[in-house]
Design a protein around this ligand. Structure first.
Ligand SMILES: C[S@@+](CC[C@H](N)C(=O)[O-])C[C@H]1O[C@@H](n2cnc3c(N)ncnc32)[C@H](O)[C@@H]1O
Length: 263
């Protein structure tokens, strides 16, 4: 797989704790030929591809992740750029004229010869475009050098045989007992309490008896492991607590919990 090397540090684009969340989940998923696995809230994670490279039959599901070929991704980048430009243009537009005030004494702007007037719409648009092209450079650079931050390439999905679905993990579109392992990495902390418990119930429903749920979450509103295990109706067979040593870099980084629940 092609990936971009990254340097850890305050500017790293991948969250530090993925350094153990991915390998830990990868191993606990026990991906082997003949096993069927599901990654819930997969985003742009490498996990489904790594599992598939070990011969497992892998499904990934996310609500928002973009699955797009290069031309579609380029079109999407362009639409984002246009959206940014439009919102800038709206913000930069002068407020509607107050009919009560008089503009008679306002000086008339006369552009100097050989120079574009800064207030001319075309000059302003060019400046906006330059600014936003620079801001979107990273997004655009993925066209030439895909990485794990999107989009999910249909060609990569085909090569690895990963099935990537758009959907909500609180309503999984699978029959009961379909999977040998279900993972969910760093998703539940982004959901409201009721929704995340519903999601765990769904994961347990689509897991076959004896299967494992492999879950990691950031401790943002306390340790919720007990609630998750109860919602799954299984038993926690392993629990790891990762104290964020990256506090050295990021003082408010949360701790992360990993739990394996046997159904
Ligand atoms: C922080 S990202 C983690 C992505 C991936 N698991 C990883 O480790 O890189 C959280 C992901 O959860 C997805 N997500 C959040 N709520 C969801 C829901 N109800 N159904 C499906 N996906 C959801 C988001 O779209 C996002 O891609």
């Amino acid at each position: 797989m092609r990936g971009r090397p990254r340097a850890d540090g305050p500017g790293a684009r991948m969250k530090f704790t993925r350094d153990w969340e991915y390998p830990w989940t990868l191993l606990r998923g026990q991906a082997d030929r003949g096993r069927r696995l599901l990654d819930c809230g997969a985003g742009y994670s490498p996990l489904p591809f790594l599992w598939a490279s070990r011969g497992a039959d892998v499904y990934a599901l996310d609500r928002d992740a973009l699955v797009a070929s290069t031309p579609r991704y380029l079109a999407w980048c362009a639409s984002q750029l246009v959206r940014d430009l439009a919102s800038e243009a709206r913000r930069a537009a002068p407020p509607p004229a107050d009919p009560a005030s008089t503009t008679a004494r306002r000086p008339v702007e006369v552009p100097r010869a050989g120079r574009a007037s800064p207030s001319r719409p075309r000059g302003r648009l060019a400046r906006f475009a330059r600014y936003h092209l620079a801001r979107n450079r990273e997004r655009l650079s993925r066209v030439a050098r895909p990485d794990f931050w999107g989009p999910v390439s249909p060609a990569l999905l085909r090569r690895y045989g990963v099935r990537y679905l758009n959907g909500d993990i609180t309503r999984l579109p699978f029959a009961d007992g379909t999977f040998d392992a279900v993972s969910c990495v760093s998703v539940l902390e982004h959901m409201a309490r009721a929704a995340r418990l519903a999601a765990v119930r769904e994961m347990a429903r689509v897991a076959r008896p004896g299967a494992r749920l492999v879950i990691t979450y950031d401790v943002v509103d306390g340790d919720i492991t007990g609630e998750l295990v109860a919602a799954a109706g299984g038993a926690a067979i392993e629990r790891v607590y990762f104290h964020a040593s990256e506090r050295l870099y990021a003082p408010n980084a949360p701790d992360v919990v990993g739990v394996v629940i046997q159904i």
